[in-house]
Design a protein around this ligand. Structure first.
Ligand code: ADP
Ligand code: MG
Length: 696
């Protein structure tokens, strides 16, 4: 491996390269745009475009692409070459500021939730100068936002950028009120921990369910699962290690701070954690990370599965969204400091987050809802579908003391004695971890743990930023004209925490008692996407986005439709894949095994009438009975899928999928898996769970 410091960012048009290649004036005004959010001038864009192109061509690029994040859930790109015809019939390599700033992909083939009719197909991509351009496969990738001709937002990046601006402006206002005049900008930071599975490519290729849906739709449990707990943090296998090393290298070249890698709980499951960055870049980098993971896996004869629940019975994959807010003066606003009881500023921001999570728990829930993640939330492996907050002992005690008006006895950060002379003692963190909480305070940040592994993190983050911005702006209005600011702030914090402490829960989120307790507290418990999603368009939520200038009502309604439609399509594809596997492979395999057994029994009998055919006969009987039920259930599922066409309305369709189709899929699977356990492995058409999970 080349020197990592040289390797890092070598494929990124980063700050260093801009400084080297741009005229000083251009560089400075670009920096102002990136750092302070100031508008960008076309002359600057021209100079940047030219420098970018020169660098890209030197690096062997022939094309550029506006890279964007439409509502499909994956990124999109259309490649244009730099070539420009000259008079003599030759070409030059050209790239103008106009081309850098604006692209025009046809918007009609991207989901718009009915916002746009096909005849007004125009869509624009707009350069996002806050996220650096990079090179992949001889193409210059330019991160962009995506909107329609009439200005409606059609992507995930735009609301995220808007929410960051909005949170910055209200937080700065608040900080100025509190006397921090030197702060001019506040940014949100995110570190997403990414889980994934790696399986052997030859096995994968034999499973249509994995190919079409990313998860196994049939599959009896392997004799061994995750019960020995020997995989988590276990030593990494050679083949996986080779994959991980190449992945790190590729990501480092792209400027992604890949930091930590380890084996996860389930067999063949792993995790990668990067060092945090501003939300926008963290989002782009997480999308890139997922794409690069898939590509690198292929080079190692592996497939990287990012589905939330590829295998029944073993843990699925999620993503932890570590989130914080910091100032341009270098202060983390969620750091309680040594004396949180005297840190009014911290208490205000804490109270804003507590109130936000309580009032908009439905938004946090629905932003992580997906067909895949529905398998995890509430299944005692991921946080439950009930959103609550964990503050830990210290902050929990602080909140109690504020609410009850009692003395706060914060624990000192105590030294941990290892009681072994050669081992150094170290300082303990002030709070232990509660792995079951969906939204946990972890020292100087909040960790939103309910995300599914494949989710684009822009969505949870724009929701989080917007709801906290809303609370801060309300706090500001309340405090701005008060003569005794300190007294007023203390009263406001006390009132807020008293009214919203119901969202705080430090116990075991997996317990049945919590479900009952949460219900008493009036917290939401939406078990699936069709239950959660309707709250997207609740008046209070539409108001939230409109008031803060993030999305308008039409855009929210469009997103709501898109999410429901996407869900319906996914369940439909899964059901059709199951039917296909059942009819074309599983049923014939069982028939042929039954025939084999019958032939064997008959042959035995011709040899001698007294020979026992008990084993063959009982297996034939058992399998024939199961197969009959299986074939009938397949037909039922097929009919249910046909029935979808006559259901009207996006929500009704999604609910029908959940209640009818998804339920039948579970029943069909149970029958299929029972037959797998009784059928000869030679006849069974698909690699088993054992081969898939332990095959690398
Ligand atoms: P764990 O697995 O114990 O939760 P990791 O170290 O794997 O912890 O991940 C913690 C993540 O939190 C990392 O991505 C880290 O960069 C991120 N993080 C740390 N500080 C901040 C912060 N101020 N803002 C956002 N993310 C942060
Ligand atoms: Mg974590």
């Amino acid at each position: 491996m080349a020197n990592v410091t040289e390797l890092f960012g070598s494929l990124v048009f980063d700050d260093k390269k801009m400084q080297e290649r741009l005229p000083r004036i251009t560089y400075k005004s670009l920096k102002k745009t990136v750092k302070n959010g100031e508008p960008l001038d076309i002359s600057v864009a021209n100079a940047v475009a030219n420098a970018m192109k020169d660098w890209a061509v030197e690096m062997g690029c022939t094309h550029y692409t506006h890279w964007f994040q439409p509502m499909t859930g994956v990124t999109a790109e259309k490649h244009d070459s730099f070539i420009f015809p000259t008079e003599g019939g030759g070409i030059i390599m050209e790239f103008s500021g106009k081309e850098l700033i604006k692209g025009e992909p046809d918007a009609s083939s991207f989901p718009s939730g009915g916002i746009r009719a096909t005849f007004e197909a125009r869509g624009y991509t707009t350069w996002d100068p806050t996220s650096p351009a990079f090179i992949r496969d001889k193409t210059l990738y330019i991160p962009t936002a995506f909107c329609s001709y009439t200005g409606e937002v059609l992507d995930k990046k735009t609301p995220l950028l808007r929410s960051m601006e909005r949170l910055s402006s209200v937080a700065v206002q608040m900080l100025h009120l509190l006397g921090k005049e030197d702060v001019t900008r506040v940014t949100t930071t995110v570190g997403p921990e990414q889980e994934y599975f790696l399986i052997d490519k030859t096995m994968y290729d034999k499973r249509p369910d994995l190919i079409y849906t990313g998860r196994t739709l049939f599959g009896a449990p392997a004799p061994k699962g995750q019960e020995l707990e020997d995989h988590y943090f276990g030593s990494i296998k050679t083949r996986v290690s080779a994959f991980m090393n190449e992945l790190d290298e590729e990501l480092w070249k792209l400027g992604v701070f890949a930091k930590t890698k380890h084996n996860e709980v389930a067999p063949s499951q792993h995790e990668l954690a990067p060092i945090f960055e501003t939300s926008n870049i963290a989002t782009d980098h997480n999308e890139l990370t997922m794409e690069v993971m898939k590509k690198v896996a292929e080079r190692h004869g592996l497939v990287c599965l990012l589905h939330e629940k590829p295998f029944a019975g073993v843990n699925g994959s999620g993503k932890h969204n570590n989130w914080s807010i910091s100032t341009n003066t270098g202060e983390n606003l969620l750091d309680p400091g040594k004396e949180p009881q005297n840190n009014l500023q911290f208490q205000i921001f804490l109270a804003a987050v507590v109130k936000a999570v309580h009032e908009y728990q439905d938004l946090l829930r629905l932003t992580v809802a997906s067909a895949g993640n529905d398998h995890r939330l509430g299944a005692n492996e991921a946080p439950p579908a009930i959103i609550s907050m964990y503050l830990g002992d210290d902050l929990g005690a602080l909140v109690d003391s504020i609410v009850n008006g009692t003395e706060y006895n914060g624990k000192d950060k105590s030294e941990m004695e290892t009681k072994v002379n050669v081992l150094p003692d170290f300082q303990k963190d002030s709070s232990d971890r509660n792995r079951t909480s969906p939204f946990a305070f972890t020292g100087n940040k909040f960790e939103f743990r309910a995300l599914g592994s494949s989710l684009n993190i822009a969505c949870p983050n724009y929701m989080l930023n917007t709801m906290v911005a809303q609370e801060l702006s309300e706090f500001y209005e309340e405090l701005r004209n008060k003569s005794d600011l300190v007294q007023a702030a203390k009263a406001l914090i006390k009132k807020t925490l008293t009214e919203h402490k119901n969202i705080i829960f430090n116990g075991d989120n997996y317990s049945d008692e919590w479900v009952a307790e949460a219900e008493k507290r009036g917290l939401c418990n939406y078990r699936s996407l069709p239950e959660a999603m309707p709250h997207y368009v609740d008046r209070k939520n539409i108001d939230l986005f409109e008031k803060n200038g993030i999305l308008n009502e039409a855009e929210i309604r469009a997103r709501y439709e898109i999410e429901l439609e996407h869900y319906t399509k996914q369940i439909r594809i899964e059901a059709l894949t199951m039917v296909d596997m059942a009819e074309k492979n599983i049923t014939p395999a069982v028939i042929s095994f039954v025939n084999e057994l019958t032939d064997a029994a008959l042959a035995k009998k011709t040899l001698s009438s007294s020979v026992s055919v008990y084993v063959e006969t009982s297996l034939v009987e058992e399998l024939s009975e199961k197969l009959e039920a299986f074939v009938k259930k397949t037909k039922e599922l097929k009919d249910a899928v046909s029935g979808l066409a006559s259901v009207e309305g996006a929500l009704e369709k999604a609910s029908y999928c959940r209640e009818k189709i998804f339920a039948l899929m579970g029943e069909l699977r149970e029958l299929g898996d029972a037959m797998e356990q009784k059928t000869s492995a030679k006849e069974w058409p698909y690699p088993s769970y054992g081969e898939l999970l332990f095959g690398v």
